[in-house]
Design a protein around this ligand. Structure first.
Ligand SMILES: NC(=O)c1ccc[n+]([C@@H]2O[C@H](COP(=O)([O-])OP(=O)(O)OC[C@H]3O[C@@H](n4cnc5c(N)ncnc54)[C@H](O)[C@@H]3O)[C@@H](O)[C@H]2O)c1
Length: 409
């Protein structure tokens, strides 16, 4: 299989923290060829060239569109069109723009015969997810959605055990994902406006997806409310959100999501999920004759905490460290190596794109795509569009003051 050429569209926070380091590592392993990043302007590209990444990946770099020394004030949000049009077909476009722009960009990439990796959520509307699924299938192209929490080993373990019947049935749960307060000072203030996004569909979606990933249960209704706030630049947004999702067996999951975890907290964010389940009553399930089961994932404090000499660099006196998401650590090769489910997720998606690209004619590619959909490990438009059903219902519920919105299949 030959290395796949990749082009990022959007080069913001997630590209810096997770996607580009993962791609650099895959490049040094020979899976990935040239890496390009398209941005609206050079101003948004410069943070991707720094000492931290240079030390981790010595000698590696990306092709910048526009070039780094071009006028930072010159913005062109259509630049990706000319770059993608010039890519040889059958390579990989990585869509990392704000959520509400995904549909147009992904459609364009598919129409130009590129496989796609998209940051989550794929899109906000189910008809858009269905259109992406159809277009990709017709052309034999792979679309993988980067729900990295799926590759957390605790989620993989829970999925296997739940599907083996070890937890009985999910009945009631709660989850939370509160991102750092400082996000309000980032580029988020330019796009995370009420009409484009809210914390539930932006990050709460991880835990909706996770319940589906573990249990296979489809959501049937959503109630969602939000709490407003104002960004430093004056844009008004939903800063906090609470949603309750019910599932086809009557179970319910309540999710709190927001942009407001205290900078001085040990955090650096707050996240986790608890699922109460019921097995069959009686002595068959346990000697005590009771059927209660539980899955608890503390995704915030994973048993590692640090206190550094340089408070200023760390941002706090004392930090909880998440060793499982994404870290650059020493390895036997040059520089540092990315480890964690952030890397595992990207690797699985890139390897799948390579497999599909190498599968041969249209019929063979379509057969492999059906296999990947069916396996259900990587989120694809075909196997994870319950997420768009939930997003669509949640946005409607939010707009209508927390009305319960039913989901139909
Ligand atoms: N926990 C998570 O899973 C997680 C975390 C962060 C971000 N994300 C997802 O990643 C995506 C990007 O988020 P982010 O945090 O990097 O946001 P960001 O605001 O830091 O970066 C987005 C970038 O896209 C660029 N952009 C916008 N329109 C463009 C266009 N037409 N052409 C080229 N570039 C364009 C912007 O200039 C910006 O630099 C979103 O879909 C978000 O939901 C996921």
């Amino acid at each position: 299989m030959k290395p796949i050429q990749t082009t990022f569209i959007g080069g913001g926070m997630i590209v810096h923290d997770q996607l580009l380091p993962s791609l650099y590592h895959l490049q040094r392993l020979g899976a990935v060829g040239d890496i390009a990043v398209v941005e609206a302007s050079a101003a948004r590209l410069k943070h991707l060239v720094n000492d931290h990444l240079a030390a981790a990946f010595p000698g590696q770099s990306f092709v910048a569109h526009p070039v780094l020394d071009s006028d930072p004030k010159q913005e062109d949000f259509q630049r990706y069109r000319s770059v993608i049009s010039k890519m040889p077909p059958g390579n990989l476009a990585i869509v990392a723009t704000p959520d509400h722009l995904h549909f147009d960009v992904i459609k364009f990439c598919l129409e130009h015969d590129q496989h796609v990796m998209s940051t989550k959520p794929l899109v906000h509307r189910h008809d858009e997810a269905a259109a992406i699924e159809k277009l990709a299938r017709q052309r034999g192209l792979f679309v993988g959605i980067e729900y990295h929490k799926r590759f957390d080993r605790r989620a993989l373990e829970a999925r296997a055990l739940y599907r083996a019947g070890r937890f009985g049935q999910f009945r009631l749960g709660y989850a939370c994902l509160i991102e750092p307060y400082r996000y309000r000072y980032s580029n988020f203030q330019n796009w995370f406006k009420k009409e484009n996004a809210d914390p539930f569909t932006y990050i709460g979606c991880h835990y909706v997806d996770q319940v589906y990933f573990i249990t296979g249960l489809r959501p049937t209704s959503v109630v969602m409310t939000g709490v407003e706030g104002t960004f430093p630049n004056g844009n008004v947004a939903w800063m906090w959100a609470n949603g309750t999702v019910t599932f086809e067996n009557g179970a319910a999951l309540s999710i709190n999501a927001g942009l407001g975890y205290p900078e001085r907290g040990a955090g650096t964010n707050d996240q986790g999920i608890t699922l109460y389940c019921e097995g069959p009553d009686g002595k068959d399930s346990s000697p005590e004759g009771e059927g209660g089961c539980i899955i608890v994932h503390n995704d915030q404090f994973r048993g590692v905490s640090h206190c550094y000499v340089d408070d200023a660099a760390a941002g706090a006196h004392f930090r909880f460290v998440n060793p499982d998401y994404m870290h650059l650590v020493p390895w036997t090769g040059p520089g540092l190596k990315p480890v964690g489910y952030g890397y595992d997720s990207v690797e699985a998606i890139v390897q799948s794109a390579i497999r599909v690209a190498s599968a041969g004619d249209l019929a063979s590619r379509q057969a492999l795509l059906a296999e990947i959909d069916e396996a259900g490990l990587i989120a694809t438009p075909a196997n994870s569009s319950i997420n768009e059903k939930v997003s669509e219902a949640a946005r409607l519920s939010l707009a209508e003051g927390g009305r319960r919105v039913e989901i139909k299949y």
